[in-house]
Design a protein around this ligand. Structure first.
Ligand SMILES: CC(C)(COP(=O)(O)OP(=O)(O)OC[C@H]1O[C@@H](n2cnc3c(N)ncnc32)[C@H](O)[C@@H]1OP(=O)(O)O)[C@@H](O)C(=O)NCCC(=O)NCCS
Length: 231
């Protein structure tokens, strides 16, 4: 079984934006026109959430601001090996002797989701997880967080567009009742791929509540934790 990542979902902060843009470019394209994260932070009809490593992991073991390289003092051996294993576990590159860890990108954000509220709809505009951390429950945690926020906001359904070829994303969405309701022809400008428009069942009903509770319990049972900041 994959090790649980110590991440929780919270609102985007200004300090996270550079990391989120890096994840966005990695997931979509270096040429992707970035979302207006900074401007939208204060937009009441937009909601940006991030999956963030726990403070104790990020600040003490990962984050070394403005450092391209983390060098661990010799007297702390064999601790560096521990660091190395720990960082390796989270998808960081590490060298072989364990004494020096090259961290060409230091991060504490594992993924993000952006949601726009339009009338009765909550529309996911983007969701992405850092490539090395995919398949470990982060995308699902972000989707749960955004659905919770949409339900609290009073939205009746959640919608999104996805590339017709993006089966991984389709599978994630289908778990949460998204179904295809139409196609936008040649929606993506890079290769003129069609987008499938997907919509959930109504999320403001007791039926959805029950289903959503069950899915969250399954998630919690599988990954051992499900931390989402209350808004
Ligand atoms: C789509 C994405 C956000 C999923 O995040 P993730 O952290 O990898 O997904 P999770 O580990 O939480 O998996 C959740 C569900 O996604 C689906 N999924 C994830 N990886 C999958 C894979 N390799 N094959 C098939 N389904 C997969 C499954 O339904 C999975 O649930 P399950 O484990 O119960 O089967 C991530 O792959 C990503 O960032 N992709 C690039 C950006 C992108 O395409 N965004 C969507 C735009 S519409």
């Amino acid at each position: 079984m994959q090790e649980t990542l110590p991440v929780s979902v919270r609102r985007l902060r200004v300090d996270d934006i550079d990391q989120v843009i890096a994840i966005e470019k990695e997931a979509f394209s270096p040429l992707w026109v970035s979302s207006s994260f900074k401007r939208d932070l204060s937009n009441k009809r937009a909601n940006y959430l991030v999956a963030c490593f726990d403070e104790d992991v990020s600040s003490e073991e990962i984050l070394a601001e403005n450092q391209a390289e983390l060098t661990i003092p010799e007297e702390e051996q064999p601790a560096p090996k521990l660091w190395s294993r720990m960082l390796g576990r989270f998808g960081f590159p590490s060298n072989n002797d364990g004494s020096t860890i090259d961290v060409d990108e230091v991060f504490n954000i594992a993924g993000y989701v952006s949601v726009w509220y339009q009338g009765e709809e909550a529309h996911i505009t983007e969701i992405a997880v850092k490539e090395t951390l995919r398949g470990r429950g982060v995308g699902e945690l972000l989707l749960i967080g955004s659905l919770k926020a949409a339900i609290d906001y009073g939205s009746k359904v959640m919608t999104l567009e996805a590339r017709v070829s993006n089966f991984i994303a389709h599978r994630l969405y289908q778990k949460y009742t998204f179904k295809s309701v139409g196609i936008r022809k040649a929606y993506y400008s890079d290769n003129r791929e069609d987008a499938v428009i997907m919509t959930t069942s109504p999320i403001d009903t007791s039926e959805y509540d029950e289903l959503f509770d069950g899915l969250q319990s399954t998630y919690q049972g599988r990954w051992g934790r499900m931390l989402i900041e209350e808004y």
